[in-house]
Design a protein around this ligand. Structure first.
Ligand SMILES: C[S@@+](CC[C@H](N)C(=O)[O-])C[C@H]1O[C@@H](n2cnc3c(N)ncnc32)[C@H](O)[C@@H]1O
Length: 218
């Protein structure tokens, strides 16, 4: 889609490529989705800075393009995949995923953010994303199993229900660590065994919920 931000978007994608993102499907999806649409108007000039997260209200943020790209690439998605995203936020990550897989289920605990995200996706004509307001640390059991699960808020440990809802061979990408500083971790499910690998450091807002952090200690 050509718009007034096309040139900046191309520059962002080229910076992502130079920073080591190799999956051309991920880069194409990010070249296509108008990220400026997902940030408040006063921050649009920053929308394509590859290393900047931006406040979207309710104390939450849209993650840096660099982190979105790294998480999406690490999920090793196929076109037939059904994917769960925990932490809809602005809806940007869900929009990127919508270009790469068959269906995206995205859950958000803050109703106003979920509503705004749905409005943006509808306006862009994106039809393969379903958003639900709930505690995403419980997953979305009715739609499981998922070939990939992306958690876009920082967890103290791997939420057990998410592991249960991962398909055989599926990948869970989740930032694990402290409330404000984590390590992006990839958990792969092979039968009864799981293989864990660490990707890079990250600074996500906390994952609040039954299998995450307590809200009161924010
Ligand atoms: C960094 S933001 C997500 C960015 C988002 N993926 C995007 O593309 O804009 C983290 C989001 O996770 C949400 N969140 C935190 N704990 C949650 C939970 N237990 N279930 C669902 N959403 C949660 C926050 O409300 C916030 O919107």
């Amino acid at each position: 889609m050509r718009d007034g931000f096309s040139y900046r978007r191309e520059q962002m994608v080229s910076a992502l490529r130079q920073s080591g993102i190799q999956d051309h499907r991920v880069l194409s999806a990010m070249a296509e989705i108008p990220r400026h649409y997902f940030v408040p108007p006063e921050w649009r000039h920053q929308a394509y800075s590859e290393d900047v997260s931006i406040h979207i209200g309710e104390g939450q943020t849209i993650s840096q393009p660099r982190v979105v790209a790294a998480m999406t690439e690490a999920a090793a998605l196929t076109a037939e995949a059904r994917v769960l995203e925990v932490g809809t936020g602005s809806g940007y990550q869900a929009a990127v995923l919508s270009r790469l897989v068959q269906f995206v289920f995205s859950v958000e605990r803050i109703a106003s953010l979920a509503r705004e995200a749905k409005g943006r996706l509808d306006a862009l004509g994106i039809e393969n994303v379903s958003i639900k307001v709930m505690d995403g640390t419980l997953g979305w059991r009715a739609q499981a199993p998922y070939q990939a699960i992306l958690v876009t808020a920082g967890a103290p440990s791997v939420p057990e229900p998410l592991l249960d809802q991962l398909a055989e061979g599926g990948r869970l990408v989740v930032p694990i660590g402290e409330r404000r500083q984590q390590v992006l971790t990839v958990v792969e499910r092979r039968g009864d065994r799981v293989r864990r690998s660490e990707l890079q450091g990250a600074c996500f807002v906390p994952l609040i919920g039954r299998h995450g952090w307590e809200e009161s200690s924010e």
